[in-house]
Design a protein around this ligand. Structure first.
Ligand code: PMT
Length: 406
């Protein structure tokens, strides 16, 4: 079975922190990068050290902080050339107008400038500065030079600035920088270049502005699959019903409420190579949705007429833009294998992941026991996995997907 890396363990990032108020965000960035398992070494420029201390950088990175090109001890322990090469990626965040200008013109009058000239590794740059400075032609032309030389730009965002002005120049959000770094490292994953679509969570079918028909799906299983696919290098669109689960890193999420909205979002995401339908989609919706809150009438029984929702899995499986591999789920309370085999045949998907939800099991839980059904020739194979964390189920499923695309 192919294995799929789930983190950045062992990846070495050289983070250059230059001067600017956004330098304080570099402290959070170090923590988040380390959360992925990456080893983070830092260069703090003299400008950066006006805003944060080498001690906080060292404490968070758990590595020595490099500040001075002319430090005798630093040079004897690890020379600047080795520092420049002994990493997998150089990340400048925040990058001030000054470091952008000096890098563009090859100035090497401090450790950061020297390392940028001496490195043979890819460089990512996340600028942060006042909006007027950002728009200044000199800064834009310097950035143009760096982009031409292969630097990857993590564009600044727009909003209120610490200087009191509003515009573009805020450091890209820390989670987005971490996503970009992860994406860079995962470009070589087994699903590189492939597109995947995942549905996850419940759908809510409204009765009136305050009530709906829904179910207990938490999105844990579907979201874990979306993340595992992304970590394997696929470009993933996650179409998620209303859930509390955070959007997994590296994944593009579309949030929907109803089955019809979920179907529309899925069709919009086509073409894709892989589709995994893990959402618990309501089979029926109220025929009518009241614009105002339905009042108690005192009459019994109160009836709600339901009409059938579109079947997303079947629609994708039978589409003329059908993904190469379509995987459905089956949530069964009884006669699981028999029902799952019928679903596999009727819906037209290639594989089906059966889970036993009798007594409310699986919904919202962290683990799952699944049986993977796969069409092979005229027959169907069924493989039951031992109970695993949903993230592990996701990783093993993605390993099977990767093997099938080999
Ligand atoms: O979200 P969690 O709390 O982690 O729980 C995970 C889960 C139990 C929701 C998940 O593992 C699961 O089983 N998802 C499928 C739930 C379901 O709706 O099963 P089903 O047997 O009713 O549907 C069969 C398949 O058709 C599913 O792939 C479903 O997404 C799809 N379907 C169903 C109805 C519909 N209108 N459109 C669909 O696409």
């Amino acid at each position: 079975m192919a294995t799929v890396s789930s983190d950045l363990s062992g990846r070495r990032i050289l983070l250059i922190i230059s001067g600017g108020i956004a330098a304080y965000k570099a402290l959070d960035l170090i923590r988040r990068l380390r959360d992925t398992g990456a080893d983070v070494r830092c260069i703090l420029t003299s400008g950066g050290a006006q805003f944060i201390t080498p001690l906080s950088v060292a404490a968070l990175s758990e590595n020595k902080v490099h500040t001075d090109i002319f430090s005798l001890t630093d040079e004897s322990e690890m020379g600047h050339i080795r520092l420049a090469r002994d990493c997998d990626l150089v990340l400048i965040a925040p990058a001030s107008a000054n470091i952008i200008g000096r890098a563009a013109h090859g100035l090497a009058d401090d450790l950061a400038g020297t390392v940028l000239l001496a490195t043979d590794k890819p460089i990512m740059i996340a600028p942060a500065m006042n909006p007027v400075m950002w728009e200044n032609k000199a800064v834009q032309e310097n950035l143009g030079i760096l982009k031409k030389r292969g630097y990857t730009l993590l564009s600044p965002g727009a909003g209120d600035m610490a200087c009191g002005e509003t515009g573009t120049g805020r450091l890209a959000e820390v989670p987005d920088i971490v996503k970009a770094v992860s994406a860079f490292f995962l470009q070589g994953g087994p699903l590189k270049g492939l597109k995947a679509l995942v549905t996850s969570g419940p759908t809510y079918e409204p009765l009136d502005p305050v009530r709906f028909i829904g179910n207990r799906s938490s999105g844990k299983q579907g979201h874990a699959i979306a993340e595992a696919l992304a970590l394997a290098g696929a470009h993933v669109t996650l179409v998620a019903g209303p859930v509390k689960e955070p959007v997994p890193r590296l994944v593009h999420a579309v949030h929907v409420q109803t089955a019809q909205e979920m179907l529309d979002a899925c069709l919009k995401a086509l073409p894709v190579d892989i589709a995994v339908c893990a959402a618990a989609v309501a089979d029926y919706r109220p025929e009518e949705t009241s614009d105002t809150k339905i009042k108690k009438t005192g009459k019994e029984p109160m009836t709600v007429k339901l009409v059938q929702n579109p079947d997303i899995l079947a629609t994708l499986s039978q589409s003329n833009r059908r993904p190469k591999l379509v995987i459905g789920f089956a949530a069964e309370t009884n006669d699981g294998l028999e029902n799952a085999k019928k679903k596999l045949a009727n819906k037209g998907c290639d594989w089906l992941v059966l889970n036993d939800v009798s007594g409310g099991k699986v919904f919202g839980q962290d683990s799952n026991i699944v049986t993977l059904l796969q069409k092979n020739g005229a027959g169907v194979s069924a493989d039951t996995w031992p109970e695993k964390d949903k993230k592990e189920v996701a990783r093993d499923l993605v390993a099977q997907i990767a093997a099938s695309f080999k």
